[in-house]
Design a protein around this ligand. Structure first.
Ligand SMILES: NC(=O)C1=CN([C@@H]2O[C@H](COP(=O)(O)OP(=O)(O)OC[C@H]3O[C@@H](n4cnc5c(N)ncnc54)[C@H](O)[C@@H]3O)[C@@H](O)[C@H]2O)[C@H](O)CC1
Ligand SMILES: [K+]
Length: 253
């Protein structure tokens, strides 16, 4: 039985490109599969995450987070498609009644493409239909205080800051956010890769998110096999984004 492939950053980006340009996938389908797959993986990994359903005046259940109730999952989002995966994850957690909050670390006006589409969907849900709270922290000055204020007793913090689009060590404010995340009691889930970890060399920048669980999309990454990467990855789960195996094999050769 062949070992499942581990891709380089470049190969991972080729999956997206070929799936969209040659197979006709919409990027939104790939992103939905990524975010929903990460949601299902997280709920399997941590059975203690439970519905925080509240009843409204009519007695029907809503998933709106009561102000005094802290979110069980807090998702820190950057501005690329890794953030887009975080927006999709937030929506699916909320559908399952898991109290969720999204913290934006980049100004919403910098969002583009599929990430912007999923941000708009999330904003619409949170306004109209008891979706997760979406809080813009990108303008604040006392960053750590704002993060503390919005995180309370969260069980999980999610790293949706940077994925395969990262170049070099995480720049401000992501570096401060990573140090803050690594100092929290909560467990940490990294989407696609822990921000700060070079997915080709496996070399962790200072700082790098210290994940308990990494949900990586389509295939594992070559850098994940390096010894210095393991303490930042936690358990690694490969999440299918729905592209045919033939495409993965074609890129592997
Ligand atoms: N591989 C797949 O088939 C799929 C991948 N998905 C997700 O998309 C990301 C890659 O998204 P991309 O927009 O290319 O990049 P990022 O989200 O990683 O962010 C890039 C963004 O951040 C800025 N930036 C780059 N380097 C740094 C840095 N060192 N410090 C601060 N900011 C930085 C840069 O300007 C960009 O704007 C992939 O990882 C998956 O999560 C799809 O959603 C599903 C299919
Ligand atoms: K990430």
């Amino acid at each position: 039985m062949n070992e499942p492939p581990a891709f380089t950053r470049e190969q991972s980006r080729r999956v997206d490109e070929i799936a969209i340009n040659e197979y006709g996938f919409s990027g939104l389908v790939l992103m939905e599969n990524a975010g929903r797959g990460a949601c299902e993986t997280l709920l399997e990994f941590d059975a203690s995450l439970r519905k925080t359903l509240l009843t409204d005046m009519t007695g029907s259940e809503t998933s709106r987070l009561a102000p005094e109730l802290d979110a069980q999952v807090v998702i820190l989002c950057g501005k690329g498609n890794n953030a887009g995966d975080g927006f999709v994850l937030a929506r699916h957690l909320s559908i399952r009644g898991i109290a969720t909050k999204v913290l934006l670390l980049a100004p919403p006006h910098e969002l583009r493409g599929d990430a912007l589409t999923n941000y708009a969907i999330l904003k619409h849900s949170s306004l109209k239909h008891a979706g997760p709270a979406v809080i813009d922290l990108s303008q604040g000055d006392d960053f750590a205080k704002a993060l503390d204020q919005h995180t309370g007793s969260a069980k999980w913090l999610v790293d949706a800051l940077l994925g395969t689009g990262a170049t070099g060590a995480p720049r401000a404010p992501y570096d401060k956010a990573i140090r803050w995340m690594n100092a929290q009691e909560a467990k940490r889930l990294a989407l696609d890769l822990p921000t700060g970890l070079d997915c080709d060399s496996g070399i962790p920048a200072d700082p790098t998110v210290r994940a308990d669980l990494t949900c990586t999309f389509a295939t594992s990454k070559v850098g994940f096999q390096k010894r210095q990467a393991t303490e930042f990855l936690g358990e690694v789960c490969v999440v299918s984004i729905g592209v045919p195996q033939g495409l993965i094999e074609a890129i592997s050769t």
